[in-house]
Ligand binder design. Structure first.
Ligand code: ZN
Ligand code: ZN
Length: 150
């Protein structure tokens, strides 16, 4: 199914042509800074399924973690979609669930990553992953089975 998405101000409209392969809460410092929240609610989709006019966004590269080209809306400066290009042939994009016009169509979050950076404890039953490499690894583990299904 095709998902209609936009940045918070509505200027950067784009679509995601397939349901995200994973969704999780990210407590990394970049998310905290970009979203101005203790953690972000992130979905993982294939880059080829994101139809975004690159003229609408500025790309800023943040080094760690993770190495993403973060596309932020030129009008409001908020993140539209981030693109991970370090995996050849497996282009992944990260889009906050808040940018989906209908969040109810998204899969449920699988857990919390970069939890060692947390600003507050989250009292839910989802797995909490501490450490940079463990967090990267679990994101791959969560996304991979559904990526392989196509
Ligand atoms: Zn905007
Ligand atoms: Zn993050």
């Amino acid at each position: 199914m095709t998902h209609a998405c936009s940045c918070p101000c509505g200027t950067t409209n784009f679509t995601v042509e397939k349901t995200p392969v994973a969704r999780f809460y990210c407590h990394c410092e970049i998310c905290q800074k970009l979203y101005n929240k203790p953690y972000s609610d992130v979905t993982v989709v294939r880059t080829k399924h994101v139809k975004l006019d690159s003229k609408l966004v500025n790309f800023n590269k943040y080094r760690l973690p993770p190495a993403l080209d973060r596309g932020t809306c030129k009008a409001c400066g908020k993140p539209a979609a981030g693109f991970l290009k370090s995996l050849p042939g497996l282009g992944l994009a990260f889009i906050t669930a808040d940018n989906f016009n209908d969040k109810s169509t998204l899969p449920a979050p699988l857990g919390h990553v970069f939890y060692h950076r947390r600003q507050a404890e989250v009292p839910d039953d989802l797995p909490k992953i501490n450490g940079y490499f463990s967090s990267e690894l679990i994101i791959c583990k969560w996304a991979l089975p559904r990526l392989l299904k196509g």
